[in-house]
Design a protein around this ligand. Structure first.
Ligand SMILES: [Zn+2]
Length: 308
């Protein structure tokens, strides 16, 4: 029996992140949990009628939009083991309090936890699902340090998690010029798996439909998020390098991606960080003071420095 997958796309408010369920006849493994309880309840309502035994929930990296709602899943699926690679468990432990503090803002109300659920470390970077392997690889540069990628050889499906996005503004806030060099190389490295399908970590509704279609039609491939993400980073790089004020930065990116609504606030926050004085007033306010938000597991900000 071959495996199947189902992708769950989460809300605009929760960054258009996704979760992917891999399942066989009896069992299932879920990759990532959404940021918001409300998104997680919606997803759980779809998983329950599938009548699969959820054996594991795997968390790809420390960003809250991939694990904040774990308590909802733990309550509904008490037998499922919540796991991550050891480096990711460490990252989540180190960022747990900081991220809960940072996101305790009106934007999320009581839709996020007051305390995070910490995954257990995997002893080896693989899980088995009805005789098929799911393989995990950490230390990929993406929208943060230490993303991990999931590869399912029997399906030739890669979950890029936040190494690649598609039709969703890319979270550039936690990368600087140097990090984006590694990020680009890692986006390209996704193709080394020789995948039939690369599932991006964030995308829009039409991509979800495509992911459903290619699931059902083995003659099709879908790896478009690779080139899309490279292009987005090129556009951002060009705008970042040439912009002399906030308007030029946000317009430099929106010239190409102004019609991409998912996570459109990313470039607005990015602009406020880089041009704190000349950022146009209409941009969404930052969720906290610069220097205290979007920190990595070492408590350090990895993003581009302000230009003014
Ligand atoms: Zn994410």
């Amino acid at each position: 029996m071959s495996l199947s997958y189902k992708v769950f796309l989460h809300s605009y408010l929760a960054f258009n992140a996704n979760s992917t369920l891999f399942y066989g006849d009896r069992d299932a493994i879920l990759i990532d949990a959404p940021q918001l309880f409300s998104d997680c309840h919606r997803m759980v309502a779809e998983i329950i009628p599938m009548r699969r035994n959820l054996t594991h929930i795997y968390i790809s990296h420390f960003h809250p939009d991939h694990h904040f709602s774990l308590s909802v899943l733990a309550h509904q699926f008490p037998e499922a083991k919540i796991v991550a690679l050891p480096s990711v468990v460490k990252d989540i432990v180190f960022t747990s309090v900081d991220k809960v503090d940072m996101w305790s803002i009106d934007r999320f109300g009581n839709d996020i936890p007051s305390k995070t659920t910490i995954p257990m470390p995997l002893h080896e970077p693989r899980l088995e699902l009805e005789g098929h392997e799911l393989l995990f690889f950490d230390d990929w540069e993406g929208d943060s340090v230490n993303n991990s990628v999931v590869w399912v050889p029997s399906l030739k499906v890669a979950c890029a998690t936040d190494v690649a996005f598609h039709q969703c503004n890319v979270w550039t806030l936690e990368s600087d010029v140097q990090r984006r060099v590694k990020w680009r190389a890692d986006i390209k490295r996704l193709m080394d798996f020789d995948p039939r399908i690369v599932i991006p970590g964030h995308h829009d509704e039409p991509q979800l439909r495509i992911l459903e279609e290619v699931h059902d039609d083995p003659s099709r491939t879908y790896t478009d998020c690779v080139d899309w993400s490279l292009k987005y980073l090129d556009v951002y790089e060009e705008a970042y390098t040439t912009a002399k004020n906030g308007t030029e930065l946000v317009e430099g990116v929106n010239k190409y991606y102004g019609d991409v609504r998912p996570a459109d606030f990313n470039i607005q926050w990015q602009t406020r960080l880089i041009f704190p004085r000349s950022a146009p007033e209409w941009l969404l306010p930052l969720p906290g003071p610069p220097g205290k938000i979007f920190l990595n597991p070492n408590g350090v900000f990895d993003g581009d420095p302000p230009k003014e």
